[in-house]
Design a protein around this ligand. Structure first.
Ligand code: SF4
Ligand code: SF4
Length: 436
């Protein structure tokens, strides 16, 4: 075989068959999403630890007290989901949603099992074959449900802890009972509900309906030249069991494009173009990517550009908040039960309180020093106070100064905390009271 023939062969092999275009794209995206779904909690990329009240964002452990970062993260995710619904319709449902991925996988597994049983039990009656297929489906879906539940619960419970509970078949503790219940719900979802969940339970479809407008990406039936041959292939291909020719605004439609593939497959063989297509807006006519690049990616009006700017603002705020975050949260405040007290040696004492939390993974040390206060020392706190990972302390201490080094009344000073590990010294401007 010469080089030119080989090139032609490989070109032919890469050609996407009519009727498979979106299906292939969707299956590739769904496989990637499944890997992301599994990876996020296992590597602390995105996880909430309910027991320890911690958030994990890209490996950074956030305490629930870190309101700014938690708030920015939640707002960013919320605006991202809302923006996606407004611009790309139900792209989430058709391409990214784990429920849809598992439902479609369950559908194809079931079909494969039924085919297998029919082939192997040709002499058995239809009732017996149905029972055999149901048993086989159960045998395969049960471990699959355990795995999916394990990944799902890992978003809320440390995966290693969960793994030990699973190995010990823990169904006595609250965590074990919760895990077993979620497994049962997942199994029933796989076995019985599947895409019915999308229309009966999931609120995202309703939300998308509220957020869409005249520029949202939809799947349309658009047939101005009356080329539709009424073969009903699009209806048979639809996993939601609807007829897209009735309306582009049906609540059940997840914009999965299986009907587009079905139509392009059948009309393609007759030399015509599909009459079902993705289109921006209500008319259904504008299917081909036209105009400027920003229009082609869906930025079709000021509202969308404003949302994009808002997303960028939140993303920037979040990046800044994470980059300036100190691993040790430290606060120092005066303890003003009395303005001052006088020690046995005649020195003046002012009382303070330190609250510190080590939010990092390594041991931390805190060293305090004084500035702008001559001859001042600390009493009641160690130099190089050690904090173990995850430890929080509250400690009272005194700043002590000889009377001769003080102005009567108010003296301004700074308490400087050197924290290791830390990005910089932390300074606390305080007031020291002396007798008038
Ligand atoms: S109508 Fe088409 S896009 Fe909508 S759910 Fe059915 S197959 Fe998917
Ligand atoms: S698959 Fe296309 S040609 Fe067939 S009924 Fe549906 S829209 Fe008409």
């Amino acid at each position: 075989m010469n080089t030119q023939t080989k090139k032609n062969e490989s070109k032919r092999a890469r050609t996407v068959l009519p009727g498979t275009r979106y299906h292939r794209v969707r299956k590739t995206v769904q496989t990637s999403c499944f890997l992301v779904f599994v990876t996020l909690p296992l590597f602390n990329i995105m996880r909430v630890d309910l027991l320890r009240q911690r958030f994990y964002v890209f490996g950074t452990e956030l305490w629930i007290s870190e309101f700014a970062i938690v708030f920015l993260t939640l707002m960013f995710l919320w605006i991202l989901i809302a923006a996606m619904a407004m611009v790309y319709g139900r792209f989430w449902c058709g391409y990214l949603c784990p429920q849809m991925i598992f439902s479609e996988t369950a559908n194809s597994l079931e079909k494969t099992i039924i085919r297998f049983v029919n082939k192997k039990m040709v002499n058995a009656g239809p009732g017996l074959r149905r029972v055999a297929a149901a048993v086989l489906v159960g045998i395969i879906f049960l471990p699959a449900s355990v795995f999916v539940t394990f990944v799902f619960v890992s978003y809320f419970v440390p995966p290693l802890d969960l793994f030990h509970r699973l190995l010990g078949l823990d169904i006595r503790t609250a965590g074990g009972i919760a895990g077993a219940s979620v497994t049962l719900v997942t199994f029933l979802d796989f076995a019985l509900l599947r895409q019915r969940f999308c229309t009966a339970i999931c609120p995202y479809g309703y939300l998308q309906n509220m957020l869409k407008d005249k520029h949202t990406l939809l799947v349309h039936f658009h047939d101005p030249n009356e080329e539709c041959i009424k073969c009903n292939k699009c209806v048979r291909a639809c996993p939601m069991g609807i007829d897209i020719r009735m309306s582009a605004h049906q609540l059940e439609c997840t914009h999965c494009a299986e009907c587009i593939d079905a139509c392009s497959g059948i009309l393609g063989r007759l030399g015509a173009q599909t009459v079902i297509q993705y289109a921006w807006g209500d008319s259904g006519a504008e299917s081909a990517p036209k105009g400027n690049w920003y229009r082609r990616i869906g930025l079709r009006d000021g509202k969308r550009i404003a949302v994009l700017v808002l997303l960028l603002v939140y993303a920037t705020g979040l990046s800044i908040a994470i980059s300036v975050r100190q691993p040790v949260l430290l606060r120092i405040m005066p303890d003003r039960i009395s303005l001052y007290s006088v020690g046995k040696d005649g020195k003046i004492h002012n009382h303070f309180r330190m609250v510190a939390s080590n939010r990092g993974h390594v041991q931390a040390s805190i060293s305090l020093s004084l500035a702008d206060l001559k001859d001042g020392t600390f009493d009641g706190i160690d130099d190089g106070k050690i904090l173990e990972p995850g430890e929080s302390v509250q400690q009272q201490f005194d700043v002590v100064v000889p009377v001769s080094s003080l102005h009567p009344g108010i003296n301004r000073m700074r308490i400087i905390a050197d924290v290791v590990p830390g990005k910089r010294s932390q300074q606390f401007s305080e007031t020291f009271f002396a007798p008038q």
